[in-house]
Design a protein. Structure first.
Length: 281
């Protein structure tokens, strides 16, 4: 548990008081998102969990599309809330959202923040078999080699964010993830230029899952560095065509693709990185 300042503790208690209400106004929801401290009663630094700041969640929502969205390791619903409210001016286009979170305290808060979502208190490694199929998965998962048990379908390493992405690739077509910059195959946030930096850890993840992690539309997460209640490592917003990964795995299983040949995405920039995208950097 973190030692809060007097002001932080005061705001956290105010957020807790608001959560006793049956329903919250929009302003009250933002207050809770900005001031309810996940580390007031939980050892989040040990778990590698960091709640997404409101502004960063809003930025990430730009990359999300499709009528069915799932938020894995949803916390109190910062990402899902941002996606939902992005369509405030066109409510008929709002997606259906499912939030999956293991911690019951977070689920209780999340249901007040986004009651419109379907909330599942569940382990990401033990999801319901009938969870369904989704157009897009979003996630700010715990970072790094956490103590959490559970196996991913293909990735055998202990990097939590890679395991979550591997799991998501079985039931979503597209993914938008917040992960440590050290786990991304590129550096952009907080840097002067975009740089492709595929490393051995990512290469092994790609080899086992055939998932390519690519850049976003030009979002620099470092502008929100001071907004985190507990500072995480440098992070990136990565995207992934998960449907393409499933097709590649199917081809490999059927014998038409043994593995990605050398010189493709594991060693150079992703094949889907277009000239227009490069212009963003």
């Amino acid at each position: 548990m973190a030692r809060l300042t007097k002001e932080q503790a005061k705001h956290h208690e105010a957020a807790c008081s608001l959560l006793e209400k049956e329903t919250l106004t929009l302003d009250e929801k933002y207050f809770v998102l900005e001031n309810w401290r996940e580390d007031a009663h939980h050892m989040n630094s040990v778990a590698g969990a960091f709640f997404t700041p409101v502004g960063l969640a809003r930025d990430l929502s730009i990359e999300v599309s499709g009528p069915r969205v799932i938020d894995l390791c949803a916390g109190i619903g910062s990402l899902a809330f941002a996606v939902w409210n992005r369509f405030d001016c066109d409510r008929n286009s709002r997606p259906t959202i499912t939030c999956v979170e293991l911690n019951p305290d977070y689920v209780a808060v999340g249901k007040k923040i986004l009651p419109e979502a379907v909330w599942l208190q569940a382990d990401v490694f033990d999801l319901p078999k009938d969870i369904g199929h989704f157009d897009c998965v979003i996630s700010n998962p715990p970072f790094g080699a956490t103590r959490a048990s559970g196996k991913a379908p293909r990735f055998t390493g202990n990097i939590f964010e890679y395991r979550v992405i591997d799991i998501a690739s079985d039931f979503a077509d597209y993914g938008v993830f917040l992960i440590p910059q050290a786990s991304a195959p590129f550096e952009y946030s907080g840097k002067q230029v975009y740089r492709w930096t595929a490393h051995d850890r990512y290469r092994e993840f790609h080899r086992q899952t055939l998932i390519e992690l690519g850049p976003n539309c030009g979002l620099d997460t470092s502008v929100h560095r001071s907004d985190w209640s507990s500072a995480p490592p440098a992070i990136e917003i990565v995207t992934a065509d998960l449907e393409r990964a499933r097709q590649a795995r199917s081809a490999a299983t059927n014998g038409s693709l043994a593995q990605y040949p050398s010189g493709t995405a594991t060693e150079t920039e992703p094949s889907k990185l277009s000239a227009d995208q490069l212009d963003l950097f």
